[in-house]
Design a protein around this ligand. Sequence first.
Ligand code: GLN
Length: 197
Amino acid sequence: MTLTAGVIAVQGDVSEHAAAIERAAQAHGEDSEIHEIRQSGIVPDCDVLLLPGGESTTISRLLHREEIAEEIIDHVAANKPVLATCAGLIVASTDPQDDRIEELDLVDVTVQRNAFGRQKDSFEAPLDVTGLGDPFPAVFIRAPVISEVGEGVETLAEWDGRAVAVRDGPIVATSFHPELTEDSRMHDLAFFETVEL
Ligand code: GLN
């Protein structure tokens, strides 16, 4: 089988996610076809979607301008998997606490942008994640904090007493950047639900 994956590429990191998706698919004996999405019309052909990190205000503006936002909402309504990371989590949330972001309302959480500090405060931490065996090496870069988790949202991991990975229906969302290490288990968890790496 071939997994058709769309990486939202209006802004932010794309190639590392594409490589991680390929590794996760291989672990399940599947090929993957990866589309970098910069305009509307491609999302409806994708089995899974990735909303990467970057600058959430810019990503939000471009998703609406290019009419991709509505397609992502339809993808989730059809119960198809999404992995949203860092700025992707902010854009996908129900409450990003920033008027410049037109949220997609897909993950029922309140987030605070840049709450884990500025660029120089980036750090890596071993995280216990529900569904994964060994700790996951999580890289935090100007990461958002999830300050409130809605009913029906499962917290998958916490750091310093605060949620940093959650699942809301078909979406897994992380404050950190799972694409920046060789470890593809978060992509695996989001897209295949059972980890085989
Ligand atoms: N600080 C960024 C924002 O708020 C997110 C950082 C990231 O994606 N690494 O948009």
